[in-house]
Every structure is written in structure tokens, then in C-alpha cells.
Design a protein around this ligand. Structure first.
Ligand SMILES: [Mn+2]
Length: 435
């Protein structure tokens, strides 16, 4: 056996024996609890063993005080004729590596913050210099879309900008109480006259449904969002995936760069925050989310006025639709998936539209034992809009598989029909996630 091989074999055997002993000893001596033997180096003549350990100097001293005892342990279990002298050495390499790793992470985080703050500042400057500003979100807008775009437009109008909000499908009745909601126009009626287009809470540019001549006319495009799947499709992209709502990202920019916030603006931003956190229930409801809510309420926002206008303002036809849909929920995969399907017939017979189905996917998720609630809704000629709601699973992989996006617990995408084909495609992707 070559000396080198012997050196290595004995070294690894000593390491194994001492690790075992350390595991025993550390039960009584907490100092040694986190000590680990990184490696053992034997001298050529096998008379000395250097034991490199991770841990603080105190624990290394403690080991060296008892090194006679450890030598005996090694001698006993290895049946060696000449037992090597043992010395414990603090392995600063692992510690260094740990420090470097921590430092790199910190630099990366700081870079991201610097990046974010620079972008935020740049966007604030662009908005303050702009004249004609178009603000859009996606079709069938939700509360965050509406509140974010209205909060932004009202603040920009306060500083003298010609700013408007456009939406392809208009504002649902329960958000019409927000200031400026009645001035929102259809994207179909836009003229190419804007120097800036702002996309707010709009995960992809396609969902905004803007005509090419409008897009081409703008000098600068801005994307303000909190969807973790958001792509950097605009000239300037301010995306905070940890933000509870897009209105949170806008509110931060308002505060950092002195944009006006009056009661109407505060109410719009609050409505967006309230709806996107599921009334402060989702895990996105951070301390900062409550701080924002608290500050907005100090701006005279009445939380009950906002909540009751949005949630306790349903038309009888909406409840008719809900009742119809609840009675035909389908269950799959041991009741872990609950699926609601909305056909054109469901809308026609209850005299409702897509806007009236907002929030219905949540009912599927609300069932005990269900892990994913899914909603398939007719959107157009043989196209279906799918909304996924999960309790704990991350549903974004399913959404991205179908070119959609969203958040961990709430994602969406489109599927082409016929309905049965769309359903089978959806079920096979969900099966993968649940297995
Ligand atoms: Mn949002």
C-alpha cells in the first residue's frame, strides 16, 4: 500500500471515529454542538494528525484540552500500534467561504435595492417631465388594476399632466365609486397622441390590448408591477415581486418623490391593496402592507366605505350566476382540485358578463381539503380564460406552461377550445403539480 493511500485511509478513519465521538460528547457539551470536522491531514510518517474543525475558537480550545482523551478513543477503535498525536485546528477556510457567500448575497441584495431605487427615481422623473400620459392595465380589470391606474392618474392630474386611464373592457360597477372611474375610456377610442404609456399591474403587454399605432406613438413606456412572472417588456420596468399590490409600488414611488396624495388618491390605492391581499388575508400581507393601509386611513380613507362598495354591492344577477356555478362544481384528484366552468350559456341565462364572475374562483379554493381551485371561463371564440387559486402550492409553473403568469397562489392564462380539449390540457398540467 503506498504511503499516500495509507495516509488518506487512516485520515478518513480518524475523521469517522472522532465525528462519532463528537456526536456523543456534544450531547453534554453545548459548546461542541455545532462543531464539524472538515478534514484530517496525516503527516507522512503517520505520527501526527491535524484535525481541521469548523467552529469558534472556544470550541477548538475545548477540544484541544481533551486531546489526550480523543487520542485514546482513536487508539481503541482503530487498534493502531502507534497512535498519532492529535491536534485540533480551526478551519478558517469553511468560515471564510461562509463569510464570502454571505457577503456576495448581501452585495446582490444591495445591488437589487440600488437598481430598484434608481429605476424608481428615473420613472418619477420621466412622469414629471411628461405631458400626455396614457395609463393602462389589462382587460377585465381587477381591483389592483383599477385602484393603481386611478391612483396614478389622479396624482398626475394634480401636477398638471394630461393623463388618462384606458381599459378595453371598462370598470365594473362595484369600482365606479372611485374618483375618476367615470372618466376611464375604452382602448378602442384612443388616438396616438401620448408621449408616455404606463402599464400598471399588467403582467404582459398583450393583455393591455393596445393597438400598434398607439404603442408606436409613445416615446417611453413604463411598466409598474408586482407579478413575479412579469417580463421587462417596457423601456423602464419597476417590478417588486414582494409587494402586496401594484398600488404598493406606486405608493412608495409617490412618497419617495413627492407626488400628491389626497383622499381620492389614497382611496384608490387602498382599494387596490385591499383587493389584492384578499382583504389582508394572503401571505403577501406584510407589516409594510399594514403600514400602507394605516397611512392611507390617516388620509381619511373609510375602510368600510371601500369594502362595502366593493364586496357588498352585488347585483341579484351576479348571485344568480354564482348559485348556478356553485351547483356544478367538479372535483378531481381525490377532491384536491375543484373546478368551476363558465360557458356563454351561463352568462346568457343569468344576464351577466365576465366582469360579474370576478372572485368566483375563490369559492372553489374555499372548500375544505381542496388544494387548488380552478375556473375556466369562456372569453371569446373558442378561447377560455383560466384562473387558478391555491392554498399553499405554487401554481405559477402551470400558468407559465400556458404562457400566462401571476402569483404563487393566484395565476391565470388563456386556453384555446373546444372546452373539452381545454379542460383535458388543464387537468394534465394540474395532475403533474399534484403528483
Ligand atoms: Mn396586482
Amino acid at each position: 500500500m503506498s504511503t499516500q493511500i495509507r495516509q488518506r485511509r487512516i485520515a478518513s478513519e480518524i475523521q469517522r471515529v472522532l465525528m462519532q465521538e463528537l456526536a456523543k460528547v456534544s450531547m453534554d457539551n453545548k459548546e461542541l454542538f455545532s462543531v464539524n470536522i472538515s478534514y484530517v491531514k496525516m503527516s507522512k510518517d503517520l505520527n501526527h494528525a491535524k484535525i481541521y474543525v469548523s467552529g469558534n475558537s472556544k470550541s477548538v480550545d475545548a477540544l484541544n484540552e481533551e486531546k489526550g482523551r480523543y487520542k485514546t478513543v482513536v487508539a481503541k477503535s482503530m487498534h493502531m500500534k502507534y497512535v498519532p498525536n492529535i491536534v485540533f485546528i480551526k478551519d478558517s477556510l469553511t468560515e471564510e467561504a461562509y463569510k464570502v457567500d454571505k457577503l456576495l448575497k448581501k452585495i446582490k441584495q444591495e445591488d437589487a435595492i440600488v437598481d430598484y431605487n434608481t429605476t424608481e427615481k428615473k420613472i418619477a422623473e420621466i412622469l414629471k417631465q411628461g405631458e400626455k400620459i396614457l395609463i393602462v392595465s389589462h382587460i377585465n380589470p381587477d381591483g389592483d388594476n383599477i385602484g393603481s391606474t386611478l391612483g396614478l392618474v389622479n396624482s398626475l392630474r394634480q401636477i398638471g399632466k394630461k393623463a388618462i386611464v384606458a381599459n378595453k373592457t371598462g370598470i365594473p360597477d362595484n369600482f365606479m365609486f372611485l374618483y375618476g372611474a367615470d372618466k376611464v375610456i375604452s382602448t378602442d377610442n384612443l388616438k396616438p397622441e401620448f408621449d408616455i404609456i404606463v402599464f400598471a399591474d399588467c403582467g404582459s403587454i398583450e393583455r393591455a390590448d393596445l393597438k400598434d399605432n398607439i404603442l408606436d406613438s409613445a416615446v417611453t413606456t413604463i411598466n409598474i408591477d408586482h407579478h413575479k412572472t412579469s417580463t421587462n417588456y417596457a423601456d423602464c420596468n419597476l417590478i417588486d415581486p414582494d409587494a402586496p399590490s401594484t398600488s404598493f409600488v406606486i405608493y412608495k414611488m409617490f412618497k419617495h418623490h413627492d407626488f400628491p396624495i389626497n383622499k381620492d388618491i389614497a382611496e384608490a390605492l387602498y382599494a387596490a391593496l385591499l383587493t389584492d391581499t384578499g382583504s389582508f388575508r394572503y401571505s403577501s400581507t406584510s407589516p409594510a402592507a399594514f403600514d400602507m393601509a394605516s397611512e392611507l386611513i390617516s388620509c381619511e380613507v373609510d375602510p368600510w366605505h371601500v369594502a362595502s362598495s366593493i364586496y357588498e354591492n352585488k347585483k341579484p344577477s351576479q348571485l344568480k350566476l354564482l348559485g348556478k356555478l356553485l351547483s356544478k362544481i367538479e372535483y378531481y384528484f381525490d377532491n384536491r382540485l375543484a373546478l368551476i366552468t363558465i360557458t356563454q350559456d351561463d352568462f346568457d341565462t343569468t344576464e351577466t358578463t365576465a366582469a360579474d364572475s370576478e372572485g368566483i374562483a375563490n369559492y372553489a379554493r374555499a372548500i375544505s381539503g381542496v388544494e387548488i381551485g380552478a375556473l375556466i371561463r369562456i372569453e371569446g371564440n373558442d378561447t377560455y380564460k383560466v384562473s387558478l387559486r391555491s392554498k399553499n402550492l405554487d401554481v405559477t409553473p402551470i400558468a407559465t406552461a400556458f404562457d400566462g403568469g401571476g402569483h404563487k397562489n393566484a395565476s391565470g392564462f388563456s386556453l384555446t377550445g373546444p372546452l373539452n380539449k381545454a379542460k383535458i390540457n388543464l387537468l394534465s398540467e394540474i395532475r403533474k403539480l399534484l403528483s
